[in-house]
Structure formats: C-alpha cells, structure tokens
Design a protein around this ligand. Sequence first.
Ligand SMILES: C[S@@+](CC[C@H](N)C(=O)[O-])C[C@H]1O[C@@H](n2cnc3c(N)ncnc32)[C@H](O)[C@@H]1O
Length: 276
Amino acid sequence: MFKPKVPHPTDQEIQEICQIINETLGFNYTSRKKYLIQNRLNRHLLRLGLDNYHTYLALLRKEPQERNTLCELLTTNVTYFFREPLQFEYLAQTLLPSLSKEKKGTRKIRCWSAGSSSGEEAYSIAITCRETLGSGWDLKVLATDISSTHLTLGSEGVYPREKLESVPEKLRRKYFRPHEAMKEHYYIIPELRKDIIFRLANLLEEDSLPRRVRVDLIFCRNVFIYLSKEARTQILNHFYSRLNTGGYLFLGHSESIVSAAEPRWILLGKSVYKKR
Ligand SMILES: C[S@@+](CC[C@H](N)C(=O)[O-])C[C@H]1O[C@@H](n2cnc3c(N)ncnc32)[C@H](O)[C@@H]1O
C-alpha cells in the first residue's frame, strides 16, 4: 500500500521549530532532537494535509493555536500514580505532620502540581494528604500544564487498569471504582476529584495564574530536566513567590537546585526543598 511520506526537514527548519519550543516553554532543544521532532510531527503534518515542513512553518508563524499543538506534540507527558514513592512517604511521615501542626488554626492546605500531565501526581498528593490528615481539612490541589489534552484526561479522572498498578491495594479500593461503560478502566471517586482544580498554565508565564494564588506544597517533578538554566531560574523565582514561608518544593529525583547559589532554599533530601 502507498504510504505518503514527508521529506526530511532541513537543519534550518529544525532550528526554527526548536526556537519556537524553547521560547514558548523555556526548553533547551537543539538540532540533536531532529529524530524526535520528525517522529512526532510527520504524522501530524499528514493529518493537516501538508507534505513538507516549509508549509508547516508558515502555518506555525501565523496560527498561535498551532504553536500550542506543536508544544503538546513535542513534550513528554509520561507520569504515574505515586511516582517516586519515597517522596510520598516523606510527605506523609515527616512533612504533613509538621505542616498540620502549623495549620491547625485554619486547617487549610493548598498544593500545586506544576506540570501535572494527566493528573496522576495531583491525585497522589490529594490521597496522601487525606490519608495522613484525616477528615475536617480544607484541601485543594491545583494541577497545571500546557497540554489541554492531558488536563482533560486528568479532570475526567478515568484511567486504564494498568495505571493503577502503582497504587497500593487499600487505596485503590478506597478511591477508585470500575467504570461501567469503559472496560478495564477505573474512575476516581467524586469526593477525591473535587479536591483537584485543573488549569491550563505555562510555568514561564506568571500571570497565567491569578495573583492571589499561594500554596504550601509545590510538586514540579520531571519538568526541570527539559528546561534551560534561565527558565529554571525564572520558574524557581515564581515558585518562591507562590509558596508560603516554610512551604515545600518537590523536584524530580534527578533534578536539583544548586543550593550554594540559592540560599533561599534548604535542601531536606530526596530532591525536596523548604522555603526559608
Ligand atoms: C514528564 S511530565 C511530568 C508529570 C509529573 N509531574 C510527573 O512527574 O509524573 C512533564 C509535564 O510538564 C509539562 N510542561 C512542560 N513544560 C511546561 C511549561 N513550561 N509549563 C507548564 N507545563 C509544562 C508537560 O506538558 C508535561 O505534561
């Protein structure tokens, strides 16, 4: 069968695509990403009825929505429930007991899953808080991402059975139910789903969240690895101003803040930082 093909993009075209991604998301993409770019974009071009990168770039220059689609296609959205479980144990055993003492007056805890993808991290935070704090707390987890597709998946809260493998059995039974219409899928119980607010927001754009938003915990894991040094610095400043004093920042286990240059953050271990 004849399969339509898109000719390879030129080096200049790859550079222009990298530039759009880097400017929009703060990434560090170079022409070394050529194969990833082609892999992810060729089919998209054909879907759009385009057979070359020259025309695609012309479309990107004039259509802001197409730039968003490009960003969605070139980012990695892999995530799972209770990813890096040691951090969740640390949250439950050490940080929440001390935070709950500080907050016993208001009994209000605000969290932010920044770069949430399809919501597994946000739900894992909410479950950990509920399990540790018990009832009677005003808990909200803000989940933000640039991918509207993944935010929609998160707000629907329906996941295939294999996604639940990293959820301990007891929590699976408590917070998930088999979906009646979708075989082998489970939905998050509404009481938990209402703890999460999903919102489209670019971490580079501080005003994509209302000014008043302040939180006690930020999880921004497996996002920094893609970012340039300048973007990381800008986002750390943003996090610093959004965190309440004494609040905590969780990065991915391979990500860190160079603490000598950042005296405002205290490293607690396991890529967890406390705001001074
Ligand atoms: C690899 S996933 C990590 C998901 C989750 N935090 C985890 O650790 O499992 C990275 C997510 O960050 C999002 N992302 C990347 N750059 C972003 C930016 N500048 N603003 C907001 N979200 C961004 C991507 O769309 C993607 O969903």
